[in-house]
Design a binder for this molecule. Structure first.
Ligand code: PLP
Length: 392
């Protein structure tokens, strides 16, 4: 069998990470991997998560198997958090706990493949590095539409020009907030344009909400998603607790399927469970149990989350101020208007290499940087390096 093993190259991101680790320069900066870091460069365990874990340890709950759909309380809690506690459409959905949002993406990709095998999934370009492989892994066809213009803003005309090729039944995959990798989120008016487009062309919206509370408040970050839920019958949603609870390695997420046809809800649950059963049976419970404690007393958790958000926004502002002071082009200063941890630098591959080789600053070759990797004291260093590589 193994004589057929293909030569698969290493993941370029992990190769770069290894290069960063081997780099001897003391002032090197890692803007590669998409995790939150504090001012000391650490991805912390939230204080609220630590106290929830203590509580769970003392309770010594059973480790017996759970349900195929995971932790039922978590499913109710996360649906309320995403859709809003008094959303009347909470009755029109089925939620299943998943192995992170990545697991949710795969479960819903399998779900789509079973029901509409020939649809096209419309994905933003640039897009989250794993969206396309996960959709294609389930056997779905993916097409893309342009997202960012040269000035670093949403290219709404290009979006809809490309999407004109979508046909009835196709699916549009959108990021609810903090678009990865560009940090460019639609305004509410632009979200409404996407809703109108879905209505007009009978396209199913598929919204991935991986950063709720990281760009603005959780309510504001869900506002675009809720427009779809308010106005469109069938909506697919994937969600992550990796970033807003810092539960990355606990692999905690959810998949939601919405429909007004209540007779279909039981069948939706059965199919979702059948899909997980043939993959990994059921998701791990620990992250969901922690999340339930955070959901049950939200104020201290949301305060801690706000402190994360404020730090990233502070870095954005600091970098933008430094760039403005140095007379950077507006396509760089626009970083200040973007949301969440990521931005795409308007730099070529060679300029990104120069940033790495000449300045010890590591970003993804396509220009993506994780601003949370930066300390306040480094914003000026980065701004100067960005200006310096412009003529490379
Ligand atoms: C847009 C988007 N969706 C999904 C995920 C996956 O999240 P999880 O860690 O919950 O699998 C990420 C993680 O970076 C992401 O950026």
């Amino acid at each position: 069998m193994l004589e057929n093993l293909p030569q698969v190259g290493a993941d370029p991101l992990w190769e770069l990470l290894a290069e960063f680790q081997a780099d001897k320069r003391k002032d090197k900066i890692d803007l590669l991997v998409g995790v939150y870091r504090d001012e000391t460069g650490v991805t912390p365990v939230m204080e609220n998560v630590k106290s929830a874990e203590n509580q769970l340890a003392n309770q010594a709950a059973s480790k017996a198997y759970g349900m195929l759909s995971g932790n039922g309380t978590f499913n109710r809690n996360i649906a309320k958090f995403i859709l809003g506690a008094d959303n009347p459409r909470l009755h029109n959905q089925r939620t299943i706990q998943t192995v992170g949002a990545s697991g949710a993406l795969r479960v819903l990709a399998d779900f789509i493949k079973r029901l509409s095998p020939n649809v096209v999934i419309w994905n933003t370009n640039p897009g989250y590095i794993n969206h396309q492989p996960i959709m294609e892994g389930a056997g779905l066809q993916v097409s893309s539409f342009r997202w960012q213009d040269k000035g670093g803003e949403l290219d709404i005309n290009a979006c809809f020009a490309d999407l004109e090729d979508a046909v009835k039944g196709d699916v549009i995959l959108l990021h609810a907030s903090c678009h990865n990798p560009t940090g460019i989120d639609p305004s509410l008016e632009q979200w409404q344009q996407f809703v109108d487009f879905c209505k007009r062309k009978k396209i199913t919206p598929f919204i991935d909400i991986a950063y709720q509370g990281f760009g603005e408040t959780p309510e504001q970050d869900a506002a675009g998603l809720r427009l779809f839920v308010e106005q469109i019958d069938e909506v697919l949603i994937t969600a992550s607790c990796s970033k807003n609870m810092g539960l990355y390695c606990e692999r905690t997420g959810a998949a939601i399927v919405m429909t007004n046809d209540e007779e279909k809800l039981a069948g939706i649950s059965t199919l979702l469970e059948r899909i997980t059963r043939s993959n990994y049976s059921m998701p791990p419970n620990h992250g969901a149990a922690i999340a339930n404690i955070l959901f049950s007393n939200q104020e201290p958790w949301l305060e801690e989350l706000a402190s994360y958000r404020d730090r990233v926004n502070g870095i954005r502002q600091g970098l933008t101020d430094a760039l403005t002071k140095l007379g950077a082009p507006s396509s760089m200063q626009v970083i200040g208007t973007q949301k969440g941890m990521f931005s795409m630098l308007p730099l070529t591959k060679d300029q990104m290499i120069a940033l790495r080789k000449d300045h010890g600053i590591y970003g993804v070759p396509n220009g993506r940087i994780n601003l949370a990797g930066l300390k306040q004291s480094q914003t000026e260093v980065l701004a100067k390096a960005l200006i310096a590589v412009l003529d490379k």
